[in-house]
Design a protein around this ligand. Sequence first.
Ligand SMILES: Cc1cc2nc3c(=O)[nH]c(=O)nc-3n(C[C@H](O)[C@H](O)[C@H](O)COP(=O)(O)OP(=O)(O)OC[C@H]3O[C@@H](n4cnc5c(N)ncnc54)[C@H](O)[C@@H]3O)c2cc1C
Length: 390
Amino acid sequence: MASYDVVIIGSGLVGASTANALMRAGAGRVLLLDRGNAGGGDSALTFGMVRRHYTNPVLIQLSMAGTDILARWDEEVGVGTGGYVPTGYLLPVPERLLDACRGNVERQQSLGLETRLLTPDQIHAVEPLLSLDGVAAAAYEPMGGVCDSRLMIDSWILDALGRGLELRQHAQVAELTMSNGRATGVVLADGERIEAGQVVVASGGWSPEVLRGIWDVPFNLVRIQVAVLRLPPGQIAPAAVTSDAVSNVVVRSAAGRDIWVVAYQPDTPVINARDDCQLPLLDGYEAAIRAPLSERFPTLADTPLVGGWGGAYDATPDWHPLVGRVPETEGLWLCAGWSGHGLKSTPAIGRVMAQMLTGETPFIDVTDLDPDRFARGFENPCAYGPGARA
Ligand SMILES: Cc1cc2nc3c(=O)[nH]c(=O)nc-3n(C[C@H](O)[C@H](O)[C@H](O)COP(=O)(O)OP(=O)(O)OC[C@H]3O[C@@H](n4cnc5c(N)ncnc54)[C@H](O)[C@@H]3O)c2cc1C
């Protein structure tokens, strides 16, 4: 039977970053497993937005440290690129959310983030296309922007393979093996048994299936869709990445003349299992983006739709991830439930995971993300209420 010090289930942003950090930490023999192609889960579907605008120190610090690694990819990873481009990030808010936004910006500033609150007359210098109707102010991060999850995953895996990582794609974990509450390995769908000193569940929206019978993972799967619009030649594209808390539309420029648009829909249906989430846009989604788009970006309102895709947020009750030991087990770790925030934090969370697995103190305190927190009655507060915003 093959035997490893660590087996990681899932090679998305979380699994690939953790594998890379473990190899760099000299954590022994590490096996990274994926039931499909590496990075083919929700990490392949992100909107690519980099921002640090969060309510609580733990997510502010993780996203700050992650963005710092993205900005210094050559020194920190040395292979490939994270595709980071600091276009600037804007969060316009209505009057009713102004105090919450100001509080967040002040908290972020106190943690060392370059961010400020712009008055409406200052916003056009950053994003001239924005209509200011209903906008009381906007949080602004000059170093917010975009990055590329596929490039990040490829780079981490390439670097880690050079350091001895073993990667097996199309190797689905069918079962975790446990002995007296301790993880001892995995059984693959073809019946092969693999022994492990420690097991990391980095299976994103599939984590409830992976942990079935061991622990009930507390998250819902919420469909999230990205529409692709194509600007006609000569039309000006948005400069910054904008997440509008007034109309609930999120907009960025992408490759060529494309812009990507997300509409946060309050009545998004919950999905029962991650495999039930289809890739194409659902009927009616174009209508859902048109109204908020014309409200916030009037010049983009009629830009033709050319495509899009849908994925799932693995949304926990407080919209914060589950990071740490699976309750009442030994040697079994979980890093999932990122609730739509995973992308820019994963360069940092891989290192945190590696430190926890090797018995070191994590460089960022992630106690508030303990998977057991809901059972203990603790929920992380969100300044704008539970949701993907902050
Ligand atoms: C449409 C969309 C837009 C988003 N936009 C942003 C954004 O702009 N900014 C941001 O910060 N975050 C964003 N996110 C969130 C971010 O993409 C996720 O938080 C992140 O990708 C989660 O990574 P992961 O590694 O946990 O999961 P995944 O990438 O889903 O990886 C899990 C992996 O586990 C594998 N797996 C599952 N079951 C098994 C098994 N039994 N055996 C072996 N392997 C298995 C899967 O094949 C998959 O590759 C977005 C998400 C979506 C869906």
